[in-house]
Design a protein around this ligand. Structure first.
Ligand code: SAM
Length: 259
């Protein structure tokens, strides 16, 4: 088969470092009968070892040339290929019948990683765990602590839903072609329902979005029309604070205080 030319628009940087591949698969620790979904299998760097360790694997891939290769390489009993865009893919449909929680894995296309993480957060209830290779700077934002520059909407929304572990740093040379940025592997495990104390999630999401709307501005400005000075005082939060000064817990309290 002719050599595949990496497509930039699909964020194609293929993993070639066998040690990194082994480390990721060992972190995923797949058990034969697990329901595992890989996003963006590409030329199969992770797909191959996953298929070997599983009865069956499902993948979501957008690139038609790659899909044709995958179809030739793996029998349908071993691999189900969902052709399409992971950003709009209904991951929930993969487990709604069996009720089994899925493991999601992927060396994600970096150009869509942030919206993809928000999309995936919507399926947390059906997810056992997720392991992703991402641009290191995105992982920094995911696990950032309040009061730091990296702490933002992504940090609050993901830390509310998941416990996250930074597993591995990966240099550009581990890929072909080498990306211009450093990468890292992160694990996300959904928090148990009892820890999810937000009463109205869309309202929580809208609040966090508004708070970080203009990072330089005080919360009093960003939350105009949502929270007045009396409400700030009742919550014990300074209206002059900036969005990154509040904790995830503070955002939960504010959201739950809104009528
Ligand atoms: N897993 C392979 C590896 O580790 O070598 C490929 C990783 S490459 C960084 C990203 C993969 O995601 C490519 O196969 C690309 O075609 C695919 N992809 C890009 N955008 C996608 C999307 N919106 N939905 C599904 N797959 C996508």
């Amino acid at each position: 088969m002719s050599k595949h030319i990496a497509r930039k628009r699909f964020g194609q940087n293929f993993l070639v470092d066998q040690q990194v591949i082994a480390d990721i698969v060992n972190a995923v620790a797949p058990q034969r009968g697990d329901c595992v979904v890989e996003i963006g299998p590409g030329l199969g760097a992770l797909t191959d070892p996953l298929v070997k360790r599983l009865d069956h694997l499902q993948v979501v891939e957008i690139d038609r040339d790659i899909i044709a290769r995958l179809k030739k390489r793996y029998p349908a009993e071993k691999l189900t290929i969902h052709e399409g865009d992971a950003l709009t893919f209904d991951f929930g449909a993969l487990t709604s019948q069996s009720g089994v929680q899925m493991h999601i894995v992927g060396n994600l296309p970096y150009n869509i990683s942030t919206p993809l993480l928000f999309h995936l957060a919507g399926f947390a209830e059906q997810v056992r765990d997720m392991h992703f290779m991402l641009q290191k700077e995105v992982v920094e934002r995911m696990v950032a602590m309040p009061g730091t520059n990296d702490f933002g909407r992504l940090s609050v929304m993901l830390q509310y839903r998941f416990v996250m572990d930074w597993l591995l740093d990966v240099p550009p040379e581990s890929f072909e072609p080498a990306p211009k940025v450093d990468s890292a592997v992160v694990r996300l495990i959904p928090r148990p329902a009892a820890e999810l104390t937000v009463r109205d999630e869309p309202r929580f999401a809208a609040l966090v979005s508004a708070a970080f709307g203009q990072r330089r501005k005080m919360l009093r400005n960003n939350l105009k029309g949502i929270l007045d000075d009396t409400a700030f005082a009742a919550l014990g939060i300074l209206p002059t604070a900036r969005a990154e000064d509040l904790s995830v817990e503070d955002y939960i309290r504010i959201a739950n205080s809104l009528q």
